[in-house]
Design a protein around this ligand. Structure first.
Ligand SMILES: Nc1ncnc2c1ncn2[C@@H]1O[C@H](COP(=O)(O)OP(=O)(O)O)[C@@H](O)[C@H]1O
Ligand SMILES: [Mg+2]
Length: 221
C-alpha cells in the first residue's frame, strides 16, 4: 500500500488488522517502524479500536521497531517472525518499508532488504500489507523492485477540489489473480475508520448490485 503522508495508510492497515481480529478470528501483527507503539495505540483508540485489549487476548501483537528502538533490520524481521508464530497470526502489517530502510545507503542494501522481506512474507501464512511512503509531488511507488514482487498495489491519493477541500481517493493498481475494480474510489476517514464510496469517480468495472450506492467498510471493499 502506498500513498502520500497523511493519506491514511496506517489507519487503513490498522482497520484491516482490527476487523480481522474481531470479526474474522484472524489474529494480526503490526510492525511499527514509522511511529511508536504508544502513539499507534492512542490514535487507534479514537476510532474505538482497543488494541490493548486484543493484545491481552492474544489476538494482536504490536512491535515497536521505531527508529528510537535501535534494533537492526535482521533482528527486527526475526522479531516479526516470532510474533507471528506466537499468536498464529493470519494478518501482518509492516509500516513502513520506507522507515525500515532509513539509513540504507546503496541500492544494493535496499535490494537486500526487499529480498529479506520477500522471504519473510513467503514464510508466514499471512495476508500482508507492506506500506511504502510516497513523497509529496512524486508518483514513485516503491524504492526499487517491491512493486514487481508484491501481489497487489493499493494507492491512496488525494486532490483538492474547487472548494479547496481534500478529496481522498483510492485506486487498485494491481491485484494478482483478481478481476479487481478499475475505478477511482473516494474514501473518508470517519469516526469508525475508513469508509470507501463504492461509486467510482472514474468509471471502471462496477461492483455487485448489492454493493452499489452504499458505503463499504474496509473489509467488504
Ligand atoms: N480521529 C480521526 N478522525 C478523522 N480523521 C483522522 C483521525 N485521525 C487522523 N485522521 C486523518 O488521518 C490522517 C493520518 O492518517 P495516517 O493513517 O496516519 O496517514 P499515513 O500513515 O498515510 O501517513 C491525518 O492527517 C488526518 O487527516
Ligand atoms: Mg503512517
Amino acid at each position: 500500500m502506498t500513498g502520500y503522508p497523511g493519506s491514511g495508510k496506517t489507519i487503513l492497515s490498522a482497520n484491516f488488522i482490527y476487523e480481522g481480529a474481531t470479526r474474522y478470528g484472524e489474529p494480526g501483527v503490526y510492525a511499527c517502524f514509522a511511529e511508536s507503539k504508544k502513539t499507534f495505540i492512542r490514535e487507534m483508540n479514537k476510532f474505538g479500536w482497543d488494541f490493548e485489549a486484543l493484545t491481552h487476548e492474544n489476538h494482536f501483537a504490536i512491535l515497536d521497531l521505531s527508529i528510537a528502538s535501535d534494533i537492526d533490520i535482521q533482528s527486527s524481521l526475526n522479531l516479526i517472525m516470532e510474533a507471528v508464530m506466537k499468536i498464529h497470526a493470519r494478518r501482518l502489517v509492516i509500516d513502513s518499508i520506507t522507515a525500515l530502510s532509513v539509513g540504507l545507503k546503496s541500492r544494493l542494501e535496499k535490494r537486500q532488504l526487499i529480498r529479506l522481506l520477500y522471504k519473510l512474507v513467503q514464510k508466514v501464512d499471512c495476508t500482508t500489507i507492506m506500506i511504502t511512503d510516497m513523497p509529496w509531488g512524486t508518483e514513485r511507488i516503491g524504492e526499487d523492485i517491491e512493486e514487481f514482487i508484491v501481489d497487489g498495489i493499493i494507492l491512496l491519493q488525494g486532490r483538492y477540489d474547487e472548494m479547496g477541500l481534500l478529496r481522498r481517493q483510492l485506486r487498485v493498481l494491481k491485484m494478482r489473480e483478481t478481476e479487481h475494480a478499475l475505478g477511482t474510489f473516494e474514501y473518508k476517514i470517519e469516526k469508525n475508520g475508513i469508509e470507501i464510496d463504492v461509486e467510482p469517480k472514474v468509471k471502471g468495472r462496477s461492483r455487485t448490485r448489492e454493493h452499489r450506492g452504499r458505503k463499504l467498510t474496509v473489509e467488504e471493499a
